[in-house]
Design a protein around this ligand. Structure first.
Ligand code: SAM
Length: 214
């Protein structure tokens, strides 16, 4: 994602009723924040928010939280909430490295990782959001039958992720190297990057994984 300084981004985010300040203070209290016991699904690295807003519109019985590292990107998601009338969406500016400080074990039922940054250099492998290091963090916030769902058009990153899932002892529920022409495509909500790369003809890979038999 190209980053530009967006004047007024921080102010716009703070003023939005969808954005959460000091997210650590909500740890273990997200059900209270939403006012119900509905499952919580998060997207890590949501970018401009197209996917999570559409998911929140389609599934009012699920609570969605979008996480994005940069204010200059998050502000675009905040702008999209102007015509969103649901109560099941929150947006947080934070680094996913801190995710265990924001969610209690068992608080999150699903983690979406969409077109995560590839970090192609070997020495940066730990920064990849599907590395064993991150899977350990997800393990500490997911419900016992919780899932991660990862989409990308980057085959190297996808193969790396399949290996990491196995190394971490997770169970692969399903995977495909060509989501849009597979049995799993029904109900698929496209992200911004997915639209861009599939329009170029790139096949989209997707995997779903979990830790325990359920
Ligand atoms: N998910 C969107 C999509 O599919 O269109 C955006 C994909 S974009 C390539 C990756 C996004 O993840 C960027 O907006 C980036 O700032 C964010 N990101 C990368 N590392 C992150 C981290 N550690 N914590 C939170 N967000 C992160």
């Amino acid at each position: 994602m190209r980053l530009r300084n967006v004047p007024g981004a921080k102010e716009t985010i703070i003023e939005s009723c969808f954005s959460i300040q000091e997210p650590e203070t909500y740890k273990g209290r997200w059900a209270e924040e939403f006012g119900n016991q509905n499952p919580i699904h998060i997207e890590v690295g949501m970018g401009k928010g197209k996917f999570i807003l559409e998911m929140a519109r389609r599934n009012p019985e699920v609570n969605y939280i979008g996480i994005e590292k940069y204010s200059s990107v998050l502000v675009r998601a905040v702008e999209k909430t102007e015509d969103f009338e649901g109560k099941n969406l929150r947006l947080i500016r934070m680094d996913a490295e801190d995710i265990e400080n924001v969610f209690e074990k068992g608080e999150v039922s699903r983690i979406y990782l969409n077109f995560s940054d590839p970090w192609p250099k070997d020495r940066h492998a730990k920064r990849r959001l599907t590395s064993v290091r991150f899977l350990e963090r997800y393990d500490n916030i997911l419900t016992s039958d919780g899932r991660i769902v990862f989409k990308t058009d980057n085959k190297d990153l996808f193969d790396f992720s399949l290996e990491q899932v196995e190394e971490a002892g997770w169970i692969l529920e399903n995977y495909t190297y060509d989501l849009h022409h597979s049995e799993y495509n029904e109900g698929n909500v496209m992200t911004e990057y997915e639209e861009k790369f599939s329009a170029k003809g790139n096949p989209i890979c997707r995997l779903t994984a979990y830790r325990h038999e359920s």
